[in-house]
Design a protein around this ligand. Sequence first.
Ligand SMILES: O=C(O)CCC(=O)C(=O)O
Length: 295
Amino acid sequence: MTITPVTPQAMTAEQREQFERDGYLIVRNVLSPDEVAHYAAAVDRVYAEHEAVGKLGADASLHKLSAVASCPELNGLVDHPAVFPLVWSMIGWNVHVYHSHLDVHPPIKQTKPYRFEWHQDGGRQNGELETDPRPRLSVKLAFWLSDVSEPGRGNFKVVPGSHKMNRIDGPPSRDIEWPDPAGAIEVCVHPGDAVFFDRRIWHARSNNYSEITRKAVFFGYTFRWIATRDERPAPEHVARLNPVQRQLVGALEGRIDDPVDGGDHAWGYFPDEVPLYTDLKERGLLDSSFPWLRR
Ligand SMILES: O=C(O)CCC(=O)C(=O)O
């Protein structure tokens, strides 16, 4: 597989300003055509396995949680050097993937019943945190493996700038037809592009009434002091991961397994044992002007 060589670098001041303003960034050409083919083939394999045992959705879609545990070939996406720096630039080194999924949405042949899909990520984080706006807490990367460069292809929809809004107007129940929020857009991206977004941005998947099967992989990153809802990959797959990938998928070993110190490890009390911390330190990328990049 040919990978476009990239030296990890912190997000630029322009990217930070745009992300703070809009709540998302589109990064073009993150994956080479070879990488797109490689990852799409892996996703296709998982899809075929689920299809063979009748485990697709009613619309023949697949929304499979725990991306790396479910499809070990996706491990190279979890710390992809072209976009992973956006993650640690925004939330630092004490992070892991807490929620990830691979998604396959074939063309829908019959109109689906309406469902209001707009949401912020994090479930009850959005009811149980008292501030306005609520804190960011997590960010997400979406890698696009199919062409959604035109609207109507099951595009990811966002309301730019809505990440500071604790609520939007919505129907009394999710099956009642309701207009999209003011300012909503369909994000148009090519295979190999990535979208980086704040979990708080109001977003939704749209229905794919095009002729093209939509394929994407999503990784949500948060602080290690927030519990993961992802499964850990099997030991034979963990063996192939680099130390930062192991941190991200919750597969570090050693003190982290200690009944007492393990909690402190997740709370970030032992930075020198956290692979992303040591990696950034060696590269001189720990910019102490950001609290989450301090020791
Ligand atoms: O699949 C999509 O376009 C949206 C995914 C989504 O809602 C999410 O990642 O929280």
